[in-house]
Design a protein around this ligand. Structure first.
Ligand SMILES: [Zn+2]
Length: 153
């Protein structure tokens, strides 16, 4: 089992000292979502989610949190990405129609382009938000699987 490094190499503090660990309720939920959107680890706040544009680290370098808890875990991130894309496209098309009244062709070109490019740009942030969202409801799952309910022999 990999040893979890609780101490930040930058500050010397432990992830348990991270500011959002003290928050509760809605402020904690919003802080976790925002932290995820900023590509920060939901447990310690370190900027440790991605090693390239699309590839994630397996674990947080600071607190050891495993990001992909199980196969298919990031399916929820696709829902977030899809939902944000659709809401922005709908609000944008209604606003554009209200203020400038472009032709149907202009609408189609603009919003098909938007719906193609935006999800790629938002990919990393949706994964971060999914991690934060999941951490809101189940921070215990973020612990090592061996520590939960595995009978000892
Ligand atoms: Zn971390």
């Amino acid at each position: 089992m990999q040893e979890i490094n609780e101490h930040s190499p930058l500050t010397g503090e432990t992830w348990r000292d991270a500011p959002m660990q003290e928050k509760r309720g809605i402020p904690r939920a919003l802080a976790l979502l925002w932290q995820g959107a900023c590509l920060r680890c939901p447990r310690c706040g370190a900027r440790s989610l991605f090693r390239t544009w699309f590839a994630m680290h397996e674990r947080c370098a600071v607190c050891g949190l495993r990001f992909e808890r199980e196969q298919g875990y990031f399916l929820g991130a696709m829902y977030i990405n899809y939902g944000v894309t659709v809401v922005l496209a709908l609000l944008g098309s209604f606003a554009l129609e209200y203020w400038t009244r472009p032709s149907l062709t202009q609408h189609l070109v603009l919003w098909i382009g938007f719906c193609t490019v935006f999800p790629v740009l938002f990919f990393r942030h949706s994964r971060g938000m999914w991690l934060g969202f999941d951490f809101i409801f189940d921070p215990e799952m973020a612990e090592e699987p061996q520590q939960r309910g595995t009978p000892r022999r």
